[in-house]
Ligand binder design. Structure first.
Ligand SMILES: Cc1cc2nc3c(=O)[nH]c(=O)nc-3n(C[C@H](O)[C@H](O)[C@H](O)COP(=O)(O)OP(=O)(O)OC[C@H]3O[C@@H](n4cnc5c(N)ncnc54)[C@H](O)[C@@H]3O)c2cc1C
Length: 395
């Protein structure tokens, strides 16, 4: 099945990884992106071993090592008490157990590295400033209509169309899933702080995770360890629009008024906070005819398990692997993709929701949670997720 034409809608982390993976299998790729260019948007992303292994396999290790950080551990603390509750072993432990690192990166760094690799492939054509409006299956091809920034419409055909167009996916509608994602009742705030300014007790090479009934906070070093990425989750009645709605530090500090002093100091530091809302969407299908979905388009996940980018990368690598070699047709390969992925991504979506309930539990349950975490210990806390971190792309 070599030499197919593959159209990928959306050049986020999932779309870029898919473009690279398909090109390396000998297919020609058209990568279509709505934004006019690749500006630096977003902040930290976590790349657990299931994802870093794939990126390393694509030859991106040298570039990633220059920008990624590998925290030694997660330190879990109570939001109000500030006391350590438990930990999760990362760093050398993960590298040794799974044969790949647990990295944290700036989203813009990862995007730039993937984009550089994509641009160096002659068989990938990138078209930006084109918003895909419609995708349709036909018996022996799929059909895409897009609008350019000047308002004109164009259409192309491809052997396969991949929807990597994020949570508000247009392509998802083409496989019969027209329901919009539902607001999950939380807004995430993100900001970065210069590492040298961070309170000393929070400055280790570690991920900090602070748990409380009304939300939680995560922070870790990014940009080769020079910045600290901070994400604070807030219960909210209404969603905000997009990935970068401005937020006022005063409002966040009111929400976290009873937080421990070191955390309040950290939350008070950033000059700019940006917010996005957390949505959920049950998975119905991953493919139909000649159209497939990946990443947030297929299965948005809550960020409580840090698997959003990792799953998009896994999807992309799996899909491309199923288009390797001869002997299968498109329909068979896409059916195999759905078989390989549906159960796993559904389970990870559910695990993320469960983590949210555990993170935000009330005093009584939190007491039991903290005891269990102390009893289990950091290494066993990591081992619980062997089924996530030990993932291998099908041969
Ligand atoms: C601007 C932005 C900022 C983000 N910031 C963070 C962050 O700080 N922290 C975090 O944890 N996660 C962030 N995310 C989400 C994170 O990147 C994803 O959850 C994860 O990487 C899965 O990526 P994806 O490729 O499936 O989807 P996305 O990263 O959402 O990428 C989808 C791509 O498709 C494009 N697209 C959408 N509709 C169309 C269309 N009709 N035609 C053509 N192109 C289209 C979008 O412009 C985008 O480039 C951000 C996503 C975006 C788009």
């Amino acid at each position: 099945m070599q030499g197919l034409s593959i159209a990928i809608v959306g050049a986020g982390i999932g779309g870029l990884t898919a473009a690279l993976s398909f090109a390396r299998q000998g297919h020609s790729v058209t990568l279509i992106e709505r934004r006019p260019g690749f500006s630096e948007v977003g902040a930290g992303l976590q790349l657990s071993p299931n994802a870093s292994r794939i990126l390393i396999g694509l030859g991106l290790a040298p570039a990633l090592r220059r920008v990624a950080t590998a925290p030694d551990r997660v330190v879990v603390r109570g939001i109000s008490s500030g006391r350590p509750i438990g930990g999760v072993a990362l760093g050398a432990y993960m590298q040794q157990r799974y044969g790949a690192p647990y990295w944290v990166v700036h989203r813009a760094d990862l995007q730039t590295i993937l984009l550089d690799a994509v641009r160096s492939e002659a068989s990938i054509r990138i078209v930006t400033g084109r918003k895909v409006e419609q995708v349709r299956n036909a018996p022996d091809h799929a059909h895409i209509v897009w609008t350019s920034s000047n308002g004109s419409q164009e259409s192309i055909t491809a052997d396969v169309v991949i929807g990597a167009d994020g949570i508000w996916s247009k392509v998802r509608q083409a496989i019969g899933d027209t329901a919009p994602p539902r607001f999950h009742g939380y807004v995430a705030w993100r900001a970065t702080v210069e590492r040298r300014l961070v309170p000393q007790e929070l400055d280790g090479n570690e991920t900090g995770l602070w748990l409380g009934a009304r939300g939680h906070v995560v922070h870790y070093p990014i940009l080769s360890g020079n910045l600290v990425n901070v994400v604070a989750i807030e219960k909210a009645r209404e969603p905000v629009e997009g990935w970068s709605a401005p937020g006022r530090a005063e409002d966040l500090l009111v929400h976290y008024r009873s937080a421990a002093p070191a955390l309040r100091e950290l939350l008070g530091m950033p000059r700019e906070w940006l917010r996005w809302s957390l949505f959920r969407h049950p998975i119905k299908r991953l493919a139909q005819g000649r159209i497939a979905l990946l990443g947030d388009a297929a299965h948005p996940v809550l960020p409580f398990l840090a698997q959003g980018a990792a799953l998009a990368i896994e999807d992309a690598a799996t899909l491309a692997a199923l288009f390797k070699g001869d002997g299968q047709d498109v329909a068979q390969a896409l059916a195999a993709y759905e078989r390989h992925r549906l159960e796993r991504v559904t389970r990870i979506q559910a695990e993320g929701r469960r983590n949210g309930r555990i993170y935000h539990s009330g005093a009584l349950v939190a007491f039991g949670r903290d005891k269990i975490m102390q009893w289990i210990g950091p290494e066993s806390m990591s081992n619980r997720y062997d089924w996530i971190y030990g993932f291998r792309t099908p041969e």
